[in-house]
Design a protein around this ligand. Structure first.
Ligand code: AHR
Length: 525
C-alpha cells in the first residue's frame, strides 16, 4: 500500500511542480552517514510561544464561547485543527515580558469576576483576563500539547509562584486544590516545564546575572510540583532565565553555580535570540524586500550557530554530562510592524524567506541536539514569526507553519551526520552557503532528509549517497514560492504551500532537484 501511494505521488510530480528553474552548474553530493547515529532530536525543539501580546491570544486563540467563530469552550476550532497537525510538543505561556507582570489569581474563577488590568508591555491595552490558567490548559489539551508556564519573578514573590503551582498540581485537599476543583478541574494538571522568570536582565527585573542567580535559587526552591505522582518522567523541569544573544557572561555566572554533584534546581538555561536585524531595533520590512535584504536576514539567522556553540561551550565546562539543557525559548525573525498596525502588537507578515529562516534555525538546533533540547519560536499566532495569521473568522497558514509541519518526522528522531560541500551563494557583499542539510532516522526507522536551498535564482541537483546499501526512492514535499517575498494572504492563502517532490534512483544515484529558495523534506526508501 505504501509503495503504491509513493508511486502515485511520483506520478503527480510533473504537473504539480512549477517549471524547474535553470539548474545551477554545480550539483552537490551529500553523504548520509547513517551508520554513525547521533543524539536524539528532542521534540521540544519544535515548541511554540503564545504571549498576551497583540492578537496572539485574544482573537488568535480565544474568541469566547459566545463568538460566531466556531469554537470549543471559547477556543477557535480552526486554529486547534491546524495546530494539531504540527504535533506541537509544548507551548510557553503567558509571556515573555507579560509573564513578569502576570498575577495568576487574576486569571481564575468566573470570567465576570476577573479583574480588568493593563497590558503595560504591549500597547497599553486592557487585559480582560478572560483567558487564564484554565483556558490555557484547556487549549493545551485540545491541541494535544504540554504546558510550559513562565512564572513571575520580576514583580512577584516565591509565595505567589509556589501557590500557583500548588493550585495547578496539588492532589491533596488543600484550600488551593479545592479552589481549582471549584473552578472546574478536580484532577491535578501536569506542568512538565516551568520558567523561573523571563529576560530577568531586562523586562523581567533589570537584574545583574549575580542578582538573578540568587533570585533563581530562592524562587526555584519553592517552585514545586505538588503532585507526588508527577515525579520521575513527569518531573517538572525548571528553566532558568538565560542570556540575551551574545551575553556569554550571563551563561558563565549561572553555570558557575552548577554544583559538582550535578544536583541542581536548574534543568535548563534559556537563550533568546531574534534574527532579521544587526542592531536593535528591528529595521527591515517583512514584505516587499529585495535580494540584498533577503540575504542579509539569512546571514543574521545563521548567527544562531555561533551563539549556540559558544553558550554550549561554557555549559560544557561546568556540566560536561550535559544535564542542563540549553532552551532557546525565544527565537525567530523580528521585522518592522506591518504598516497600519499597532506597533505594540508586533504583527508582521511571513514570507518564503521566513520558511528558510525557520529551517535554518531548526537545523542548527538539531545539530546541537545533545545540548539544545528545547526551543520555542516567537510566536505562535499573529505575533512576530507566526505559524498562523487570523483576521476575524479568517485564518491562514504561513510558510513557517508549513516548515514545522514538514519537519514533524524529526521530532524525537535520531540525528544522522551528513557531509557535503555546500558551495557559496553570493548576494552583494553577503556570502552564504548554497544549501543546508539535516538528516535523521525517525521513530518508525525511516531516514528523513531536510534540504534548504538558500539561492533564490538557481535550482540545485543534489545526489544523496549512503555508506551502505543505498535508498532507491525519495518522496516528500518541497516548499518554494514565486519569489522570496511571496506571502499567503486571506484572499490568496495558498501562494506558498508545499508540493510533492521525489526521485527514483538511476544508475545507483538518487538525485533530487531542489527548486530555488526552497525547503524540501523527503523520506528515503
Ligand atoms: O516575543 C516578544 C518579546 O520579546 C517577549 O515578550 C520578550 O521576552 C522578548 O524581548
Amino acid at each position: 500500500m505504501r509503495t503504491f501511494q509513493a508511486l502515485a505521488l511520483l506520478a503527480l510530480l510533473g504537473p504539480a511542480l512549477p517549471a524547474p528553474a535553470e539548474t545551477s552548474s554545480t550539483p552537490i553530493t551529500i553523504s548520509i552517514e547513517s551508520n554513525r547515529p547521533g543524539a536524539t532530536i528532542d521534540r521540544h525543539i519544535f515548541g511554540q510561544f503564545a504571549e498576551h501580546l497583540g492578537s496572539g491570544i485574544y482573537g488568535g486563540i480565544w474568541v469566547g464561547e459566545k463568538s460566531p467563530i466556531p469554537n470549543t469552550r471559547g477556543i477557535r476550532n480552526d486554529v486547534v485543527a491546524a495546530l494539531k497537525a504540527l504535533h506541537v510538543p509544548d507551548v510557553r505561556w503567558p509571556g515573555g515580558c507579560f509573564a513578569d507582570e502576570y498575577h495568576w489569581r487574576s486569571g481564575i474563577g468566573p470570567a465576570d469576576k476577573r479583574p480588568t488590568t493593563l497590558n503595560t508591555n504591549w500597547g497599553g491595552v486592557i487585559e480582560t483576563n478572560s483567558f487564564g490558567t484554565r483556558e490555557f490548559l484547556d487549549f493545551i489539551e485540545q491541541i494535544g500539547s504540554e504546558a510550559y508556564l513562565s512564572g513571575n519573578v520580576g514583580s512577584s514573590d516565591p509565595r505567589e509562584m509556589a501557590e500557583w503551582l500548588e493550585y495547578l498540581t496539588s492532589d491533596r485537599a488543600t484550600t488551593l486544590q479545592r479552589l481549582r476543583a471549584a473552578n472546574g478541574h478536580p484532577a491535578p494538571y501536569s506542568i512538565p516545564f516551568f520558567g523561573v522568570g523571563n529576560e530577568s536582565w531586562g523586562c523581567g527585573g533589570s537584574m545583574s546575572p549575580e542578582r538573578y542567580l540568587s533570585e533563581f535559587r530562592r524562587f526555584a526552591t519553592y517552585a514545586k510540583n505538588f503532585n507526588p505522582a508527577q515525579t520521575g518522567d513527569h518531573h517538572m523541569k525548571k528553566v532558568a532565565s538565560g542570556a540575551d544573544t551574545a551575553d556569554f557572561n550571563w551563561t558563565e555566572v549561572l553555570m558557575k553555580d552548577y554544583p559538582g554533584n550535578g544536583w541542581s534546581e536548574m534543568d535548563a538555561l534559556s537563550l533568546h535570540f531574534y534574527s532579521g536585524f544587526e542592531k536593535w531595533p528591528p529595521n527591515r520590512p517583512a514584505t516587499g524586500f529585495d535580494e540584498a535584504n533577503y540575504a542579509a536576514v539569512l546571514k543574521t539567522t545563521l548567527r544562531m550557530e555561533e551563539l549556540v556553540r559558544r553558550h554550549s561551550a561554557i555549559m560544557d565546562r561546568y556540566d560536561p554530562g550535559k544535564k542542563v539543557a540549553l532552551a532557546v525559548d525565544e527565537w525567530g525573525a523580528w521585522y518592522t510592524p506591518a504598516p497600519g498596525t499597532n506597533p505594540g502588537f508586533l504583527y508582521q507578515q511571513n514570507s518564503e524567506r521566513d520558511a528558510i529562516v525557520a529551517s535554518l534555525n531548526l537545523n542548527i538546533f538539531a545539530r546541537h541536539a545533545d545540548r539544545v533540547r528545547m526551543a520555542n519560536i516567537a510566536q505562535m499566532i499573529n505575533v512576530l514569526q507566526a505559524m498562523i495569521l487570523t483576521d476575524g473568522a479568517k485564518m491562514l497558514l504561513t510558510p513557517t507553519y508549513h516548515v514545522f509541519r514538514m519537519y514533524v518526522p524529526f521530532q524525537d528522531a535520531t540525528f544522522i551526520p551528513v557531509t557535503y560541500e555546500p558551495g557559496h551563494y553570493e548576494a552583494g557583499s553577503v556570502t552564504l552557503p548554497r544549501i543546508d542539510v539535516l538528516a535523521a532516522r525517525a521513530k518508525d526507522g525511516k531516514v528523513h532528509v531536510a534540504l534548504t536551498n538558500l539561492d533564490p535564482s538557481a535550482a540545485i541537483d543534489v545526489t544523496l549517497g549512503f555508506p551502505r546499501a543505498g535508498a532507491t526512492r525519495a518522496t516528500g514535499e518541497t516548499l518554494t514560492a514565486p519569489s522570496i517575498d511571496s506571502v499567503n494572504t486571506f484572499e490568496q492563502p495558498d501562494t506558498v504551500r508545499p508540493k510533492p517532490i521525489g526521485a527514483e534512483a538511476k544508475g545507483g544515484a538518487l538525485v533530487l532537484h531542489l527548486p530555488p529558495e526552497s525547503v524540501t523534506v523527503v523520506e528515503l526508501d
